[in-house]
Design a protein around this ligand. Structure first.
Ligand code: GA4
Length: 325
């Protein structure tokens, strides 16, 4: 990666080498209401660690309302955005800086914690807050359905994973709204400006929806980066680090990143991160282990993982210190 300087500001936003123009891969697509959905979800999680979900049951009205409110929020002057949400530490409004260990990208965002379906920043504009809560309630259901399908695909009790995230008091649910304005910087040929640098998500699963502006890329098992064509009517599901451990590495958390838009359109994405309660023990589910199979990880709690994760940079291999071999 090469460092460049943004024209108006301090940040050095790294460039990424874009995949070759013809690089593409079929992103697995699962109809969540189809009879074979559990097997298809498990296949996708074992393979790429990522899939597109259709027939998810979230009304377009709910998605569009949040998109409109979020775009109106991001159009406000910077100081108003900060006054309404506080500077991200880690929750709140952030611009260009991600986390607190030096990661930067061409974006601004809102990062919010949700509990008992209440977004925990009371000073947000009420209309945005209401839209976020309605959206989160609907996407939580998608998360729950996907976790049931994953459990079924793994051959474990259907409610086991769902119960760790959805409807469990004290579970760690986050919502992130990322706004990537068109980037005026002109990167060299075959490069793009980093919108959100490569990383895996730490949680169990994440459920993402974006508008029709491209930018998301995932890393395949063979090391190739491929673009994910936008599909605003669908959701995309990522396997997170915690699910990798719960399945003893059968599912792998997927590396992904976003390249900033070069055209005239902004990219807006909303991600729901399904994390368990702080006291949840993260270790391979006994039901998935074969006779004599050893855990690849030392046991930890979600609280322990979060403490460790906040000390890392985005691209770090966060599970490394927990691996046993
Ligand atoms: C990546 C996934 C989610 O966006 C996030 C991010 C978090 C943050 O923005 O505060 C982290 C990142 C994410 C992992 C490493 C640390 C923490 C930024 C960062 C450099 C909200 C999360 O849960 O982990």
């Amino acid at each position: 990666m090469v460092a460049i300087t943004a024209p108006s500001s301090i940040e050095q936003i790294p460039l990424v080498q874009c995949p070759r123009a013809n690089a593409s891969a079929a992103i697995p697509c699962v109809d969540l209401s189809a009879p074979g959905a559990a097997a298809a979800v498990a296949d996708a999680c074992r393979g790429v660690g990522f899939f597109r979900a259709t027939n998810h049951g979230v009304p377009a009205r709910v998605v569009e309302a949040l998109e409109a409110r979020a775009m109106a929020f991001f159009a406000l002057p910077a100081q108003e955005k900060l006054d309404m949400s506080g500077a991200a530490r880690p929750m709140g409004y952030g611009s260009k800086r991600i986390g607190s260990n030096g990661d930067v990208g061409w974006l601004e965002y809102l990062l919010l914690s949700v509990s008992a379906n209440t977004v925990k920043i009371s000073s947000l504009p009420p209309s945005l807050r209401a839209a976020l809560e309605e959206y989160t309630a609907a996407v939580r259901e998608v998360c729950g359905r996907v976790l049931e399908l994953i459990a079924e695909g793994l051959g474990v009790d259907r409610s086991l994973l769902r119960a760790m995230v959805v409807g469990r008091e004290g579970s760690d649910e986050l919502v992130r709204v990322n706004h990537y304005p068109p980037c005026p910087l002109l990167p060299p040929v075959d490069c793009g400006v980093t919108g959100f640098g490569e990383h895996t998500d730490p949680q169990i699963i994440s459920v993402l929806r974006s508008n029709s502006t491209a930018g998301l890329q995932i890393k395949l098992r063979d090391g190739r980066w491929v673009p994910v064509p936008p599909a605003p009517e669908s959701f995309f599901v990522n396997v997170g680090d915690a699910l990798q451990v719960l399945t003893n590495g059968r599912f792998k958390s997927v590396k992904h990143r976003v390249v900033a838009p070069e055209g005239a359109q902004s990219r807006l994405s909303v991600i729901y991160f399904g994390g368990p309660a702080p006291s949840q023990r993260i270790a391979p589910l006994p039901e998935v282990m074969r006779d004599g199979e050893q855990s690849l990880y030392r046991e930890f709690t979600w609280a322990e993982y979060k403490t460790a994760m906040y000390k890392t940079r985005l691209a770090d291999h966060r599970l490394g210190p927990f691996e046993l071999r």
